[in-house]
Design a protein around this ligand. Structure first.
Ligand code: S3P
Length: 194
């Protein structure tokens, strides 16, 4: 008689992960998590949650206000608890904040709960996108162009080990217009087989 191994908790979670769609997009600020997440959700007919928007809606405050009232530590605690709430939803596309995977055990938690995708972008692309979109981002808002460039380089190097733990890595350099976004959505669907 062959003895069959009983499924372990990890196997059950893995099976559940394959049964329904729950995708978390991670990556640096400006990587296109919101742009691609929204477009992917629309193409699949699923709900989309942007973790920052979810936090802002729940706390009735902007991320910038939360940072200035509670400091980054306070924001990270809120972010973790809102991650735990949203990552229970099913048939959902979630875009995390740029720092979400890099605090607590968040990346392991996300990998258990969902298919995670690291949207990888070159430093140059990030710099050009963030140069015009830094004002709402407390970690970047006050930086000059030179400081921004240097910060992206150093911070991304520190975060890369966390991002690289994602289930999938996807190049998100081409998201500048509708054509490129549609093309990226199709490529991502092929990668994820959905
Ligand atoms: C942060 C990224 C932001 C937001 C906060 C902190 C980070 O989200 O959560 O400003 O630490 O990288 P986006 O990646 O959506 O800009």
């Amino acid at each position: 008689m062959t003895s069959q191994r009983l499924p372990e908790k990890e196997d059950i979670l893995q099976a559940r992960k394959n049964e329904m769609v729950r995708i978390i997009l991670i990556g640096y600020m400006g990587a296109g998590k919101t742009t691609l997440g929204k477009a992917l959700a629309k193409a699949l007919g699923f709900q989309f949650v942007d973790l920052d928007w979810y936090i802002e809606n729940r706390y009735r405050k902007s991320v910038k206000e939360i940072f200035s009232e509670k400091g980054e530590d306070g924001f990270r605690k809120i972010e973790q608890s809102m991650l735990h709430e949203t990552a229970e939803f099913e048939n959902i596309i979630i875009s995390a904040g740029g720092g979400t995977p890099c605090f607590f055990d968040n990346i392991s938690y996300m990998n258990r709960q969902a298919k995670t995708v690291y949207l990888k972008t070159s430093n140059d692309v990030l710099f050009h996108r963030l140069k015009i979109a830094k004002s709402k981002r407390p970690l970047l808002a006050q930086k000059t162009d030179d400081e921004l460039k240097a910060f992206i380089e150093k911070n991304l190097e520190e975060r890369e080990p966390f991002y690289s733990k994602a289930d999938y890595i996807f190049s998100a350099d081409r998201l500048e217009d509708k054509f490129q976004i549609d093309e990226s959505v199709n490529k991502l669907r092929t990668l994820l087989n959905i």
